[in-house]
Design a protein around this ligand. Structure first.
Ligand code: ADP
Length: 293
């Protein structure tokens, strides 16, 4: 299975260029798409899910031309949007049953078996007769994944899935995704760097509608080896340090900023070299693109 995106462009009517000549190839497994808010991730996800059109470019999933033949793509697509709205007063089982009918599974026996199978897969079988409205955020996300799995999709798109989940729910959700990722493409679009590091074999970072980094998480991290330095400074020193150094991130630790600086040599007194993280990669790429533009 291969998804090939070439020279994709999209400018909204207000003039915002959300996709700027974007090209990307993705094969089986979990693929993480990272980017700050406004980077264009959802625009790309919605275009891939055939919910909106691109101005130019091409997208193919194996031999399906997605832009010319959206109906073929929808047959093999599972989509979990950012907000998975659920109907009020409907049980988990009724919801999946209803969505399975909408996806064209009209044979009753086949549908009942599928719904039971999916409920078990996402660990909600015990809750099958409970109203979905009362579900926790994590349970709703799991129902969202269950509906995205109806019809044996080959391409699964998951947009910002773990926002609002507690750590336990997030873990369960990750395990579930990793479990289904084996022979399909799952694209996980998120601004949470940890999710990508933990889960994805391959990843890309987007900013301002463009692709600014692509590779295996560990490979892109290794590119920063020996170049990340940290120092705990006082709050009123932050401006001076920003003027003198390339600060890639700053976090508050015990009320003081802990800065990470990118430099080939020791940037100054009190700095210690630290192993790079995916967060360092993310912020260094984002800062570089913002300053170039
Ligand atoms: P992300 O998912 O990475 O946060 P989006 O694709 O939602 O990014 O947005 C990319 C840019 O396009 C942003 O500047 C956003 O404000 C703009 N945008 C998104 N959707 C629309 C729309 N329907 N009309 C106009 N501008 C939009």
């Amino acid at each position: 299975m291969e998804l090939v995106i070439k020279n994709l462009c999209k400018t909204y009517s207000n003039g915002v260029k959300a996709l700027d000549n974007l090209s990307l190839e993705i094969s089986n497994g979990m693929f993480g798409l990272l980017g700050p808010n406004g980077a264009g991730k959802s625009s790309l996800m919605r275009t891939l899910a055939t919910l909106q059109e691109a101005d130019s470019g091409t997208m193919h999933l194996d031999d399906i031309n997605i832009l010319e033949n959206p109906i073929e793509l929808r047959k093999v697509l599972g989509y979990l949007p950012q907000e998975f709205g659920v109907y009020p007063k409907i049980t988990a089982k009724e919801l999946l049953d209803h969505l399975a009918i909408l996806k064209g599974i009209t044979n009753n026996k086949e549908r009942i078996e599928l719904v039971n199978f999916l409920l078990q897969k996402v660990n909600l079988y015990e809750k099958r007769n409970k109203s979905v409205k009362g579900f926790s955020g994590g349970m709703k996300q799991r129902i969202g994944i269950a509906q995205a799995l109806i019809g044996n999709p080959k391409l699964i798109i998951v947009d910002e899935p773990t926002a609002g989940l507690d750590p336990g729910e997030r873990n369960r959700f990750h395990n579930l995704l990793a479990d289904v990722a084996e022979d399909v493409i799952i694209i996980l679009s998120t601004h949470i760097v940890e999710d990508v590091r933990e889960l994805c074999q391959n990843m890309a970072i987007m900013n301002q509608g463009r692709l600014i980094c692509k590779g295996r998480p560990q490979h892109v991290i290794d590119e920063l080896n020996d170049r990340v330095w940290q120092k705990l400074i006082e709050r009123n020193e932050l401006e001076d340090y920003s003027n003198q150094h390339m600060i890639i991130s700053n976090k508050m630790v015990g009320g003081k900023p802990l800065i990470h600086v990118l430099s080939d040599i020791k940037p100054g007194v009190g700095f210690t070299r630290v192993p790079p993280t995916l967060e360092d990669v993310f912020f260094s790429k984002i800062n570089i693109t913002s300053t170039v533009i």
